[in-house]
Write a new protein. Structure first.
Length: 285
């Protein structure tokens, strides 16, 4: 997996904060931005894994540190960004990837959901994103330069048989990002959203992966680097005229009516399935 190349894409001499950098997607984002030259700051409650991710970046010749913080806690966020200031490099990139995924797996339909589950999801995923954006904006405004990329989800755009608080929080992130883009664009700050589809976590069964993939226009599961590449584009000058936008990276889940799972226009036989997987433009990078 090579780094992006080309004019205007270097983040050398800048700091990039990745919340939730201990997760599969967050770690992939941190590694790719490090190859862009950024000094990476991984903010996560799981310091065991976060430190491993940072150490891996350093071993590959990059620059990375980890900071422990609960992004839903205002004091923690304030302290974390104060520590980032001490690192010296100007903060140019913030990627908000943190969300309590384990809590989402415990969600129930509306009639059964507990207030504590609802409140904790909103506290971390939505309030935490806002708190980190607020602290980053205070620094980016002074520098008159910055790119914020917030991670939402395809769940922000459709109902789910069980999830409630998670999609609501993710939908709020989309609107929050558009508000930031509107309010701070003239200060040289861009804010965009990446909304992933199915990126199978470790431990997901082949049956569950296939069940999800059969609803996609692209016949494979997503990989963390699919999301990292989208974030890297929005975090660099390659997207200097893009703000307030949502880039949906879902393999084509939201582009069609539910009938696609039956095969769509092309019948789903072994030949067409193989063709979809083998196409070089849709392979994992």
């Amino acid at each position: 997996m090579g780094a992006l190349t080309g004019p205007g894409r270097s983040l050398a001499g800048t700091a990039a904060v990745v919340t939730g950098g201990a997760g599969l997607i967050g770690a992939s984002i941190a590694n790719l931005l490090a190859r862009q030259g950024a000094q990476i700051v991984i903010v996560d409650t799981d310091q065991t894994v976060a430190q491993q991710v940072a150490a891996g970046i350093v071993a590959d010749g990059g620059d990375a540190v980890s900071l422990e913080a609960d992004i839903g806690d205002e004091a923690d966020v304030t302290d974390a960004f104060a520590a980032i200031d001490e690192l010296g490099a100007p903060l140019h990139v913030l990627v908000n990837c943190a969300a309590p995924i384990a809590l989402a797996l415990q969600e129930t339909p509306v009639a059964e959901i507990t207030v504590s589950t609802w409140d904790e999801m909103i506290r971390v995923a939505l309030r935490g994103t806002m708190l980190c954006c607020r602290s980053a904006l205070q620094r980016m405004v002074d520098n008159r330069c910055g790119a914020i990329v917030n991670i939402s989800s395809v769940h922000a755009h459709a109902g789910d048989v069980a999830l409630v608080a998670y999609p609501v929080a993710k939908a709020g992130i989309v609107t929050l990002s558009r508000s930031i883009a509107t309010q701070y664009g003239r200060a040289g700050i861009r804010c965009n959203v990446v909304s992933p589809g199915t990126i199978p976590p470790e431990g997901m069964t082949e049956h569950d992966i296939e069940r999800r993939v059969r609803h996609q226009a692209i016949g494979r599961a997503g990989v963390p680097n699919d999301i990292a590449q989208a974030v890297a584009y929005l975090a660099t000058d390659a997207s200097s005229f893009v703000t307030g936008q949502e880039l949906i990276v879902d393999g084509g889940v939201l582009c069609h009516l539910p009938s696609f799972a039956t095969g769509g226009h092309v019948q789903r036989d072994a030949r067409t399935a193989d063709t979809a997987v083998s196409c070089p433009l849709s392979r994992p990078r």
